[in-house]
Design a protein around this ligand. Structure first.
Ligand code: FA5
Length: 333
């Protein structure tokens, strides 16, 4: 008599336990407690029972209903509690992205540190210059064709955005006494934009003034820098060149890292130009107030971005990507 009722009760409760789906719980309620549900079906047997049996069966029937209702209520309130919980302390946190120094700043720091280790003092001179510091004092008189190469931005009041850090040579000579060993790193500007040129770039300018200096001191310094910055495997070469502010003058090349020195669209037959160098011209020493009979000087001026790109393993095919603000690019450095 009671077996079938117990089975219905156990069956209903096992369907409810662990169930958190609202619709499915409602279906279970209808299936077992609804007007035509299993419990009411079981109740039909009551008419055929004796008086005592009716009492016992009636009690079991009520207990079965209460147990199923209780299990349903519990399942629903558990579900609501989960819904209301807005903060789950067990979910792992999201780490905020960590930034890093921009690669141009990294390069500047590295260049600075290599030169300061051999006694150079770091300097920074104005980005906006007068014609005299940018050209005239550097042995480039007005209307001299050498000025054209600098593709200069002119600003109001006869000023220019300095096209090279060589203007800092004059400022250094006029503000300190020899012996001088400075490394001037700053922003420079030219009207250029292509695979190897950007309109705003950085140069680092070395200037050494002392008694008895010769080209071998210049070579030794450049070689020291190249070995420390690029590594032992990269090669450097000097080509005779003409700058108005040095005599003799050279261009310094480094073997290309993009193609390994065989030649590619980025370099000239395996070599990439880093910048100029030479012995400071007597006219520049004079303009800087240095006794050109007593002292000699050497200077070099290289592009920071170009120099950085030639570092082993960098393999940047277009200098303009250095200025990209794309986080996927920046996060590689
Ligand atoms: C000069 O600017 C000379 N003042 C360098 C110098 C200093 C010679 C001291 C002798 C003594 P040049 O115009 O070649 O030279 O530029 C030097 C370097 O700056 C180039 O080799 C290149 O590395 C970098 N550079 C020049 N223009 C750009 C540009 N638009 N974008 C990126 N890098 C550039």
């Amino acid at each position: 008599m009671l077996d079938s009722l117990h089975r219905a009760r156990t069956e209903a409760i096992s369907k409810i336990l662990g169930n958190s789906d609202k619709n499915s719980l409602e279906q279970i309620r209808i299936e077992y407690l609804g007007r035509n549900g299993r419990i009411n079906q079981e109740a039909k047997i009551i008419t055929s029972l004796t008086k005592d049996e009716k009492v016992e069966f009636g009690r079991a029937l009520n207990e079965a209903k209460r147990a199923i209702e209780g299990a349903l209520d519990e399942a629903l309130s558990e579900r609501e509690a989960v819904e209301q919980q807005s903060f789950d302390p067990t979910i792992p946190g999201i780490l905020p992205p960590v930034g890093s120094t921009h690669l141009i700043s990294q390069a500047i720091e590295e260049i600075s540190s290599i030169f300061t280790q051999i006694g150079f003092t770091r300097r920074r001179y104005p980005e906006i210059e007068t014609d005299w510091y940018a050209f005239e004092g550097l042995n480039m008189p007005k209307d001299h064709p050498a000025r054209d190469e600098q593709e200069t931005f002119f600003v109001e009041g006869g000023l220019v955005l300095t096209p090279h850090t060589s203007s800092g040579q004059l400022r250094e000579m006029l503000s300190s006494k020899p012996p001088i060993r400075m490394i001037n790193i700053g922003k420079t500007y030219r009207r250029q934009s292509d695979l190897t040129h950007i309109p705003m770039f950085h140069q680092f300018e070395g200037l050494v003034i002392d008694e008895g200096l010769s080209i071998s001191n210049l070579l030794g310094t450049l070689d020291y820098f190249a070995k420390n910055f690029f590594g032992e495997k990269r090669e450097i070469r000097l080509r005779p060149y003409n700058f108005r502010f040095t005599e003799p003058s050279f261009e310094v090349d480094i073997s290309c890292d993009v193609c390994g020195g065989v030649g590619c669209k980025f370099c000239k037959q395996g070599w990439l130009e880093l910048g100029g160098a030479g012995m400071v011209h007597p006219n520049v020493l004079k303009a800087g107030g240095v006794d050109h009979k007593k002292y000699r000087g050497f200077a070099f001026g290289w592009g920071v971005e170009r120099t950085y790109m030639m570092k082993s393993g960098i393999k940047l095919g277009d200098i303009r990507t250095i200025l990209s603000t794309d986080i996927r690019h920046l996060s590689q450095f």
